[in-house]
Design a protein. Structure first.
Length: 207
């Protein structure tokens, strides 16, 4: 997505039930299974980091969903923009309201961040179909939910992040020639999160 498309997308989802899920995905680079499998114990509020240690998986044989390790089994930690943390805080508040309304019917055994009204995990095809309806309305029919992750990577690099930091944030290995770079310093991750926060402020719809 180009910057103007991102702004239009954010405007369009202002009142959507998956607004916070899409925003966190767009500005953290998580895969769909990772965002749907994200649990509250993976959020470090003090250090503005998200530990990506699991994902929501579908067992096609048993036709059930489970929580399993991330792709290639590699756990990673992503330092995110302050705005992303504020969206997560908003989600926590919204979930607390849902939990109070549900009472004894609340059931969130995996302690997931993003759930349905009574605590059950979200279904990927539902999240995807909602996304497609949004982008089709915006005449961006070719966009997939996975393209939010691509947009994150592109915007990180365009805003000055070093390639190794981006590669590690994505949990990726195939961005061209990145493996030749050395160890990522923590200061690089902090600077990356600050740059992403500035970028978010630029693309958010103006009040």
């Amino acid at each position: 997505m180009e910057d103007k498309e991102i702004t239009r997308f954010i405007e369009e989802i202002q009142d959507h039930r998956y607004r916070l899920l899409y925003l966190v995905t767009l500005f953290s680079g998580m895969r769909e299974g990772e965002i749907l499998g994200l649990s509250w114990d993976c959020i470090d509020w003090k250090h503005n980091t998200i530990k990506i240690k699991q994902q929501l998986l579908r067992d096609r044989e048993k036709k059930i969903y489970t929580i399993g390790p991330p792709k290639r089994g590699k756990i990673r930690e992503v330092r995110v923009a302050a705005e992303v943390m504020s969206w997560l805080a908003e989600q926590k508040n919204e979930q607390s309201k849902l939990k109070a309304m549900a009472g004894k019917a609340w059931n969130n055994p995996w302690n997931l961040v993003f759930t349905r009204e009574f605590g059950a995990h979200l279904v990927p095809c539902t999240v995807y179909s909602n996304f497609k309806r949004i982008v089709c309305k915006l005449d961006m029919d070719d966009q997939r939910i996975h393209d939010l992750r691509h947009a994150y990577a592109t915007n990180c690099l365009a805003n000055g992040d070093d390639a190794e930091t981006v590669r590690k944030n994505l949990g990726h290995y195939s961005i061209i020639m990145l493996d030749r770079y050395g160890h990522r310093k923590s200061s690089m991750a902090i600077a990356s999160a600050a740059r992403m926060n500035n970028y978010i402020q630029n693309v958010l719809p103006k009040a």
